[in-house]
Design a protein around this ligand. Structure first.
Ligand SMILES: Cc1cc2nc3c(=O)[nH]c(=O)nc-3n(C[C@H](O)[C@H](O)[C@H](O)COP(=O)(O)OP(=O)(O)OC[C@H]3O[C@@H](n4cnc5c(N)ncnc54)[C@H](O)[C@@H]3O)c2cc1C
Length: 409
């Protein structure tokens, strides 16, 4: 097993940082008051202001022209096909270099698995729909959201109630989707719906649809504000007899869960790697602070209790990073690595919470301030243990594989 990052991927990373420094950082600085002050960032309804959305689009499209926006997308969709090791490396690099910011870098340069650019789920589009929709998605002009969860169906996704009923060449969708990231801004929604209810001994049938968010009956009824923000990314979608052409079905009828699970591993690797990068950023900041802040006549890094915070954080980061790289290597070798990725997702998201907490503690009162950035990271880290499969559901996956003898250590 060789966990060194190949030189060509490191070069992509260097290019990506140069791109951000040249194109994104100056724009962020010029718009600091808009992007860093939540009273300006969001409108009264919690949606991003039009100016913010315009800036995000501008960066998406520049990044697409430079080749970064779709660099991690599958080659068969027209993406760069750089693969899992690059995904892990680039996500870690970005988080480590720029730290937490709810700004342009964080959201648009290397996209998340489901909301921007060439998500693997798009492989399931029918050929004519691919031709029609992929160019505007790949160019950053249009964005997506992924509507699986519902008010009564999160971990227990098969409990979903949204239905799709066939009507000639169309399907008619009815129901509610909740927690859907980017839904207030997306042009297209990937919606999962029940196409056949459960019968005696047969599971209900779920099918995926590619829905135009401007369709009559499609409405984002509210923004869900999380962790102290005045607005945000997640919304509730009401589907009131939304008509979707059968030609916009993703995959076969009844194969919705296969569609849903495609790309989940890639997404989890990216998320876990971001956690590693943010933890590295926080620890570097904290080591510097502890060398300069003095109490009782000496730098606080000379107090053993503070050293323990630093050392524990380093142990956590080293373990998490090794886990992510190991999983990325397994995926690049063609292995499925389902349980190992569940371990990485659960471990890295929890690791980040522990590390940020220690870093805040070592900063004393300074760690609570908005200026240092640790509180923003603390708020970013917490939901990571919930979405994309909760920490408990990851443990369930790991335990099932142990019990079924498909995982051994
Ligand atoms: C910020 C944010 C963004 C999101 N974005 C999206 C999105 O874009 N698209 C989308 O479809 N969804 C999205 N979600 C939804 C997310 O996937 C769900 O919140 C998550 O799957 C958990 O579901 P739930 O909230 O209904 O919790 P529940 O399923 O009700 O779980 C409640 C608690 O019970 C535990 N639990 C449940 N079942 C079991 C079990 N069998 N064994 C052990 N413990 C169990 C859970 O781990 C949790 O601790 C997002 C959520 C958040 C917070």
């Amino acid at each position: 097993m060789d966990l060194r990052i190949p030189e060509d991927i490191q070069l992509v990373g260097e290019g990506l940082l140069s791109f951000i420094d040249a194109e994104v950082v100056p724009l962020e600085r010029a718009n600091a008051d808009l992007l860093r002050n939540e009273r300006n960032l969001y409108g009264a309804d919690g949606r991003y202001s039009g100016e913010v959305l315009q800036l995000r689009k501008q960066i998406r499209m520049k990044s697409a022209q430079a080749g970064y926006y779709t660099a991690l997308g599958a080659a068969e969709l027209g993406g760069g096909g750089l693969g899992p090791l690059a995904a892990a490396y680039l996500h870690e690099l970005l988080a480590r270099t720029y730290g937490p910011s709810r700004t342009l870098i964080h959201f648009v340069v290397v996209p998340s698995a489901f909301t921007n650019a060439l998500t693997p789920v798009l492989k399931f589009l029918q050929p004519a729909a691919k031709e029609q929709f992929l160019p505007a998605i790949a160019s950053g002009e249009r964005t997506l959201c992924f509507g699986l969860s519902e008010p009564d169906a999160g971990s227990d996704v098969l409990a979903m109630k949204t239905t799709a009923v066939r009507d000639g060449d169309h399907w008619v969708l009815r129901g509610t989707k909740q927690w859907i990231t980017n839904s207030p801004y997306a042009d297209h929604a990937i919606i999962f719906a029940v196409t056949e209810p459960a019968k005696a001994g047969v599971r209900k049938q779920i099918t995926a649809f590619f829905v135009d968010t401007r369709s009559p009956g499609f409405d984002v009824t509210s923004i869900i504000r999380v962790m102290g923000h005045l607005g945000g990314e997640t919304g509730i979608i009401a589907l009131d007899d939304v008509r979707v052409p059968d030609a916009h079905r993703l995959g076969e009828v009844g194969d919705g869960m296969t569609v849903a699970m495609t790309g989940v591993n890639a997404g989890r690797i990216g998320l876990a790697a971001s956690c590693v990068g943010y933890a590295q950023w926080a620890l570097a900041l904290t080591v510097d602070y502890c060398k300069t802040r003095r109490t009782f006549g000496r730098p606080i890094c000379e107090h053993q209790a503070v050293q323990i915070h630093l050392a524990e954080a380093a142990m956590d980061i080293f373990t998490a990073r090794s886990t992510v790289l190991n999983c990325a290597w397994r995926l690049s070798e063609g292995a499925e690595a389902r349980a190992e990725i569940a371990i990485a997702k659960a471990y890295c998201t929890e690791m980040l919470g522990r590390v940020v907490d220690r870093c805040m503690q070592a900063h004393g009162g300074m760690g609570m301030t908005n200026d240092v950035g640790l509180e923003a990271l603390y708020r970013w880290a917490r939901p990571m243990r919930i979405y994309d499969g909760t920490a408990e559901i990851q443990r369930r996956t790991i335990a099932m594989e142990l019990i079924n003898d498909t995982l051994r250590f």
